[in-house]
Design a protein around this ligand. Sequence first.
Ligand code: TZP
Ligand code: MG
Length: 201
Amino acid sequence: MSVPRLYAILDASCFPEGDVMFAAELVAAGCGLVQYRNKSCNARQILDHARELKRRIGSRAKLIMNDRADLCLAADFDGLHLGQDDLSPESARRIIGPNRSLGISAHNPEQVAEADKTSADYIAIGPVFATSSKSNPDPVVGLDGVRRARALTRKPLVAIGGITRANARSVIDAGADSVAVISDLIRDPRKSAEEFLRILG
Ligand code: TZP
Ligand code: MG
């Protein structure tokens, strides 16, 4: 599996009025993958939102569900992203099957090496820089953390945490294949995604 250079994350907490327009703008800019992250709604609400996203943009972008293997299947998403406290990759893989993408977050070299041994299709390393989009984030790993992770895996490496148009190129130059972004896409998603895509080449 290859991961596109820009890995957009739609964090539901940023869109109390609904989030489909945000996703549609990202896709219009050429963004080919959107992760749906919802840490506050109940399962039924998350599934409703996810199905709406699937209906509206599912034919134009790959959709990744955060945390929940059951909702990934129920909404017929293309992949699942797991943190260190979610289901193990092998348990999740049994649920989502061999064909959906599976990603794992890692926050230090040991976790990268561990994730490398699993059936994960990509590994996310971070937070690279300080972030205010995640509660209780792990310590920042910096560009050195990206370089170290790069040396430990040949799986596609997604960098996350505090990544903006101003620093995205440095993250790719440190060895990441892709950058995952929440906040620097929010204000003007179409323009911002277009700029990311231009910068990331
Ligand atoms: N995991 C590590 S940092 C982070 C997550 C979900 C938040 C990234 O958001 P932002 O706004 O791009 O820093
Ligand atoms: Mg999680």
